[in-house]
Design a protein around this ligand. Structure first.
Ligand SMILES: Cc1ncc(COP(=O)(O)O)c(C=O)c1O
Length: 393
């Protein structure tokens, strides 16, 4: 392997949310940060070099997205996800969550209903509520350690006031990579009821062996023209700080409406470093990503085997994608507050508490495994020690 993902990099004191915000967020400092979806790895060298060159130029004025930038996105989707798009379909957003907010403002009215599928990335609910729209929950079904979409519940909850469904694909936090059959059935239901699908595919580049991410809009022309797809190099290359995302909207009328909202807020201009980083990532980041995926696969196998051998009281929901691992801790028998305190005070590990992803997440914790294996070992060791001390009581 050319890249050394075992290297520990000190991020303290770099205004890094994952490390420097621990005390503010969790009320404790000396815990291992395995929370927010941010990796403890350096970005690939070609991105660092491209940014250095741009920094050296020393002039950081208003910036454009050149054709080569747009073509790099087209090329990425074609090579990595077998999805052919026109560069005219691409529009923009600083982040994916701002894009969800813009989509809600562009395509729904106050009081309209929007479907989400909890347990799901907590900002979906927040952004719907912040925009004065109503949430309709279509909880995922958990059977024998496997999550699936509850299509009967979905159909039962649809009425004429439901205007949008926000799809998380791959799904954070439970790690499903939806199959073509599942996406097709979901899409057909949405098309039948004229529901716009906003596909958040920010985790699409993280898929484990034997699974394939299928862009929702690539399934049919009908799905493409009734959907928006949000992607970004941010999770893939650990570039969240440059705030640069791409929103694919094949339907020109929808794209124009989205762009009007973007322009109303005057947030359509790019971040100069985002332009450079995105293009370098999509043009030169593939070798690094392939190696990263191998490393994450090994981290996942290590995690699965560690829990089954040493902490069998916690059941791991095996992810098919993402670097987030959903831990079923219900057997420990804690209340929500007890669980949060136990993981922080006894295990000394900061994870995302399952309940923030919806009440369906109560009794679960989300573990981020995108870190050097030494850090992962320490975190799992902390959880093991804390859980085994429970058994001795
Ligand atoms: C599913 C999902 N969507 C969006 C985001 C955040 O996107 P952004 O930082 O681009 O707003 C995250 C971050 O964890 C996520 O998991």
């Amino acid at each position: 392997m050319k890249y050394n993902f075992d290297q520990e990099i000190c991020r303290l004191g770099t205004a890094c949310e994952k490390w420097d915000d621990l005390e503010n967020h969790f009320g404790v400092k000396d815990v291992i940060p395995m929370w927010v979806a941010d990796m403890d790895f350096q970005s690939p060298q070609p991105i660092i070099e491209a940014l250095k060159q741009r920094v050296e130029h020393g002039v950081y004025g208003y910036t454009l997205r050149p054709d080569s930038y747009m073509e790099s996105i087209v090329g990425w989707l074609k090579r990595r996800h077998r999805w052919s798009i026109e560069k005219e379909w691409i529009t923009h957003s600083p982040g994916v969550i701002p894009a969800l907010s813009l989509a809600i403002q562009s395509f729904t009215q106050a009081g309209d209903k929007i479907i989400i599928q909890p347990p799901v990335y907590h900002h979906f609910a927040r952004v719907i509520q912040a925009n004065g729209r109503e949430i309709v929950n279509n909880p995922l079904k958990l059977e024998n350690g496997h999550y699936s979409i509850d299509f009967e519940d979905l159909e039962a909850k649809i009425d004429s006031t439901v205007k949008m469904l926000i799809l998380c694909s791959p799904h954070n936090p439970i790690g499903r990579v939806w199959s073509k059959e599942e996406l097709t059935r979901l899409g057909q239901i949405c098309m039948k009821h004229n529901i716009l699908v906003v596909a958040d595919e920010i985790h699409s580049d993280f898929v484990y062996k034997t699974h394939t991410h299928i862009p929702f809009a690539s399934i049919s022309e009908e799905f493409a023209s009734h959907s928006l797809t949000c992607i970004a190099p941010s999770k893939t290359f650990n570039l969240m700080g440059v705030q640069t995302s791409s929103i694919i909207i094949p339907n020109q009328q929808l794209r124009d409406r989205y762009d009007r909202e973007l322009n109303t807020l005057s947030i359509g201009s790019p971040n100069i470093f985002g332009v450079v980083a995105l293009e370098a990532a999509y043009r030169h980041g593939e070798e690094w990503l392939d190696q990263l995926l191998e490393y994450l696969q090994e981290n996942l196998e290590f995690t699965l085997s560690y829990f089954s051998k040493n902490i069998p009281q916690i059941k791991v929901i095996q992810p098919e994608g993402t670097y987030l691992v959903w831990l079923d801790c219900r057997e420990l028998g804690f209340s929500v507050e007890e669980m949060d305190q136990f993981m922080l005070q006894e295990a000394r590990v900061a994870m995302n508490e399952g309940h923030i992803f919806g009440m369906e997440g109560e009794g679960f914790m989300r573990l981020n495994i995108a870190c050097p294996r030494s850090m992962l070992k320490n975190a799992l060791g902390g959880i093991e020690k804390a859980v085994s001390s429970l058994c001795k009581v």
